[in-house]
Design a protein around this ligand. Sequence first.
Ligand SMILES: [Zn+2]
Length: 175
Amino acid sequence: MTQHSRDDLWRDFPKTATEFERRFATEEDCRAYWIKARWGGKPACARCGSTYVWPVRDGTTFECRDCDHQTSLTSGTLLEKTRKPLKMWFRAVFEISTRRTGISAMDLMRIMGFGSYKTAWTWLHKLRASLNRPEREPLGPRRDGRGAGRGRRRPAQGVSSVGNMDEIHRNKIGR
Ligand SMILES: [Zn+2]
């Protein structure tokens, strides 16, 4: 519909195992993919929108030369505050997206070697929601309308995962 209709993180994600292995051999490969998917290849400050940034912390964060704000690769996205490598998340995305008809949290737990069902459940639901994101929805977890349709400008990081956690707890009790 709009130019941004396929503007999501996974639009260029590998569809086959061979392609996955080839493109995501290292964590650096994964970071490059993420930068392209999230920022169109040009990282931007989450606070002021400046693209005058330089990589710090092994390229996992970008520091803004205009306002000094540090924007991590994952801040403001579904992977905000993750301590796991992107490669691990990408593997999970691959497993989920290549068998949409039925992967369970238990399957994912086995495939990924997670120690807990809760972790597998959380990853599965987080990623599934991201993969099934309606086309009109802009990139990022917020739905407050600010910056809608323009993947670049995002509100500062901070509280975006609260709603998700509540949902996870509710659902967990329900099971
Ligand atoms: Zn800035």
